[in-house]
Design a protein around this ligand. Structure first.
Ligand code: NAD
Length: 378
């Protein structure tokens, strides 16, 4: 079986596999091809890939001959159209937001695995790309905020006077939010946190932050660890409390997402207008619409003296480590679908294989994607 790593498009610095992981695949009798320059933006050289046992092959060769193709971002149409029926693509393809593309891949009879849909179970933790990447994004969000902010983060008592610590408000205490809390605390900030899942309260407090409770959240216990949409009544209560916290905050990091849905708007323009000039908002939910009403995905907006950075790709700002962790996630998942002879063997009785496979044998097979558009995908 030939497994191949493609060079990502401009703007994506990560790479699907790093040399240390390739060594392990080669030992498992997998033939690994790498497109020249695939790891360059993440500081992994072609020579390092070759030393690990990979062959450098052109993009054309890879698209036409590889059995399993790895690209973090969805491939362009001209690329996937070159791959033959039955070939496997694996990456982060956000199928819940791209059902039409999934239809096209199904019609082309490609087998597509989207690692962002892996079930959130204990066994899947080592393969959870959303976690490994969100962790980095949360960390980078705080550093970006600190760099952009017009004042200090830590408290300082100097001969020239005292500086109070920065007040950081974090909306959403999932993987990115928790890492943002830890990083902001390490930099000496005072941190307040909102989340619709009361279960995270203890984790938030153990990181030294204050958890602001809003009563009446919808039960998310059956949503596999994810958030669900909230009632209008809850949203109103939450809005009032967030407005109070935002008015005091110097930095806001927003991470609130609901899989398959637009991100909830938690910060209005009016709330931003009540913030101190020179404050900063980093919106990690920008790609799914953003958590503020003024966020622009991939852009920086200044509203009434407050800088709002809409960036859901911050993991790519630490491409060497982001790739290393992503590659280990991929390796752990590949172990489920590659047998001892180095060939593909798909076991759809395995809930992780089933939950991650989006299209197979000409159909959309993923239950969550099917539920999204029952009429279109039946
Ligand atoms: P996410 O990126 O989907 O969302 C980020 C956070 O925003 C979540 O905590 C969510 O509750 C919160 N949120 C959503 N709507 C909100 C609103 N209106 N107001 C405030 N907060 C809101 O979440 P995630 O980081 O991917 O993680 C979600 C959960 O899954 C976490 O509990 C995490 O520990 C768990 N998880 C489990 C595994 C596993 O067991 N394999 C792996 C990763 C994550």
């Amino acid at each position: 079986m030939i497994l191949a790593v493609l060079k990502e498009k401009a703007g994506e610095n990560r790479v699907s596999l790093v040399p240390e992981v390739i060594k392990q695949l080669v030992q498992q009798k997998v033939e690994v091809w790498v497109e020249p320059g695939a790891g360059a933006a993440a500081f992994y050289t072609d020579e390092a890939y070759q030393e690990a046992g990979a062959q450098l092959r052109s993009r054309g060769d890879i698209l036409q001959q590889a059995d399993l193709l790895l690209s973090i971002r969805p491939p362009d149409q001209e690329d996937w159209q070159l791959t033959r029926k039955g070939r496997i693509w694996m990456g982060i393809y956000q199928p819940l937001y791209n059902p039409a593309l999934m239809q096209q891949w199904a019609a082309r009879e490609l087998t597509v695995f989207s690692l962002d849909t892996i079930p959130r179970t204990t066994r899947a933790q080592s393969m959870d790309v959303l976690s490994s990447q969100a962790n980095i994004a949360g960390y980078k969000a705080v550093l970006l905020a600190a760099y952009t902010y017009s004042r200090y983060f830590p408290m300082f008592m100097t001969a020239a006077g005292s500086i109070p610590p920065a007040k950081v408000l974090i909306l959403g205490a999932g993987v990115a939010g928790l890492q943002a809390i830890a990083t902001a605390r390490r930099l000496g900030a005072v941190v307040e946190v909102f989340d619709t899942r009361p279960a995270v309260k203890e984790e938030v407090m153990s990181l030294g932050a204050r958890f602001v409770e809003v009563e009446g959240a919808a039960d998310a216990s059956k949503a596999g660890g994810y958030a669900v949409e909230q009632s209008a009544d809850y949203q109103q209560k939450q809005e009032a409390k967030i407005a109070e916290s935002a008015a005091k905050a110097d930095i806001v990091i927003t991470t609130a997402q609901i899989p398959g849905k637009p991100a909830p708007i938690l910060i209005s323009a009016a709330m931003i207008e009540n913030m101190r000039k020179g404050s900063v908002i980093i919106d990690l939910a920008a790609a799914t619409g953003g958590n503020t009403s003024v966020t622009k995905n991939g852009a920086t907006v200044v509203h009434n003296g407050v800088t709002i950075i809409g960036n859901s790709d911050l993991a790519g700002e630490a491409p060497a480590d982001a790739s290393k962790l992503y590659a280990r996630n991929v390796l752990n998942f590949l172990k489920l679908i590659i047998n001892k002879d180095g060939n593909i063997e798909l076991n759809f009785n395995d809930d992780l294989v089933k939950g991650t496979c989006i299209t197979h044998q000409g159909a959309i097979v993923n239950e969550r994607v099917k539920q999204l558009q029952p009429a279109a995908v039946s």
